[in-house]
Design a protein around this ligand. Structure first.
Ligand SMILES: [Fe+2]
Length: 449
């Protein structure tokens, strides 16, 4: 062993010992700040907690606009203690949709709370999304210490942090770090979904048109059908396929190239479907309704439609929309946005807000049918997609709709004297929506009482 490497080991060992005692004090202080017993957090880390060191060099990068040092994520640790570069910034934390730069304070440590602290504190402490941006001129280094509970020990929200006002948010969990890693892999799966879509749009036009849609059909490859002369066509290239109910799939319209298209989209759709069912339960609970209040209106043969869209670059983004302003006719729409290029905007208080790009997150938009079922409590917002002069972008949209044979209506418990019933019973709203869209009418207006 050379003198240097021994010195390195000793230094890191000493540093880790010090960080460990800082963390010990921190856990006590955090517990006290919530009026808990001092050891409320530390005891859940167990007798044999883990400390992992990561030593990172971020080299200079010629395309800091395209490449992250670390892509947006939250930490799977309990806490993370960072010794940042003495001179070069790069770490950013997401707060209220804004990326805030973490300042450099040369002789200070930066502590970031991880997901497991959010679980232990039943959400009182947050595990923020953060990222590291790259730098064209200067490299930077970072020393990261992750403190994690013993993997064999179950962790859960501290009892005293669970009460009527703050119900229990998280289940018991063991070895969360592995789960966190698996989810990271699922993030890679989202990249795979994007990749098959990009490959499809790169195919020669003749190949894509093999899955072309008939003039008035809503499925297949191609644009909206032209129903009226005044209709404004969107600046996009797209493919639509019905995914569920499975027996209604028209496989002629499902691309065979790239060869992993079908299985990738099928797996993705299955996952989205289960996300949506959890969402329906959570939305019902949030209004103090029976869990199945929304899902039962969707029925056993609810529809899921996938739409895969390429928005090409456009020389006149001031004049042309990727998608013109509209609200969705679905129940809910789950969007996997482009990883880098923004474009979706939502209308709120007469302002068009740009939806940020969070590469491994899904964006959920509520559609008109959810507004109807919730008697107007949940809103189906107007949104649009703007075009971009320099960069094309892709989007994967999954529309979840009730069974077209089933009537939907506002949930009974959401109708009372203070909130009279706003909408009529309606069946196959998607068809109505499509007609209104072509004619430039507002479909929700046509079902108002
Ligand atoms: Fe939409």
């Amino acid at each position: 062993m050379s003198y240097d490497s021994r010195y390195c080991r000793e230094t890191i060992d000493e540093y880790a010992t010090n960080i460990d005692s800082v963390i010990g004090n921190l856990f006590k202080a955090m517990a006290k700040s919530l009026k808990l017993a001092e050891n409320s957090f530390s005891k859940q880390f167990g007798e044999r907690p883990i400390m992992q060191g990561r030593f990172v060099l971020y080299p200079t990068c010629t395309r800091p606009d395209q490449v992250f040092g670390v892509k947006p994520h939250s930490d799977g640790s309990g806490v993370t203690v960072l010794l940042q570069d003495k001179e070069v910034q790069g770490l950013q934390v997401l707060k209220e949709d804004q990326w805030l730069k973490v300042p450099i304070i040369p002789h200070a440590l930066f502590v970031n709370l991880g997901d497991q602290m959010q679980i232990l504190s039943n959400g009182a402490f947050k595990s923020p999304i953060h990222r590291v941006v790259t730098n064209r001129e200067r490299e930077k280094m970072s020393v990261v210490m992750f403190k994690k509970p013993e993997p064999e020990k179950e962790i859960e929200p501290v009892d005293q942090l669970v009460d009527e006002k703050r119900p229990r948010l998280y289940k018991k969990v063991k070895n969360y770090s592995t789960l966190h890693y698996e989810c990271f892999q699922k993030g890679l799966f989202l990249d795979k979904v994007r990749e098959v879509i990009i490959k499809f749009f790169e195919l020669p036009i003749e190949e894509k048109q093999r899955h072309g849609k008939a003039a008035v059909a809503k499925e297949g490859y191609g644009l909206d059908s032209l129903v009226t002369e005044k209709q404004v066509i969107d600046w996009s290239d797209r493919l639509s396929v019905l995914i569920y109910p499975e027996d209604q799939r028209d496989l002629k319209l499902w691309p065979e190239k790239p060869q992993d298209f079908r299985e990738t989209i099928e797996e993705y759709a299955m996952n989205i479907d289960s996300v949506v069912s959890i969402l329906f339960k959570a939305m019902a609970k949030s209004l103090k309704l029976e869990e199945s209040s929304f899902s039962k209106q969707f029925g056993d043969r609810s529809v899921m439609q996938g739409r895969f869209i390429l928005y090409p670059t456009c020389t006149r983004p001031d004049q042309v929309f990727g998608v013109k302003p509209h609200s969705d006719g679905s129940g809910v729409t789950v969007l996997l946005q482009d990883k880098e290029v923004q474009g979706l905007q939502v209308l709120k208080d007469d302002q068009w807000l740009t939806v940020p790009v969070i590469p491994h997150a899904l964006f959920v938009n509520l559609g008109d049918q959810m507004q109807i079922m919730s008697n107007g409590v949940f809103k189906s917002p107007f949104h649009r997609v703007v075009t971009n002069r320099e960069r094309e972008k892709i989007t994967v949209a999954m529309f979840k709709r009730p069974d077209p044979e089933k009537e939907i209506e506002p949930v009974d418990q959401l109708v009372d004297e203070k909130r009279p019933r706003l909408y009529k019973k309606v069946k196959n709203y998607a068809a109505l929506n499509y007609e209104c869209f072509q004619k430039g009418l507002v479909p929700l207006d046509t079902v108002k009482i």
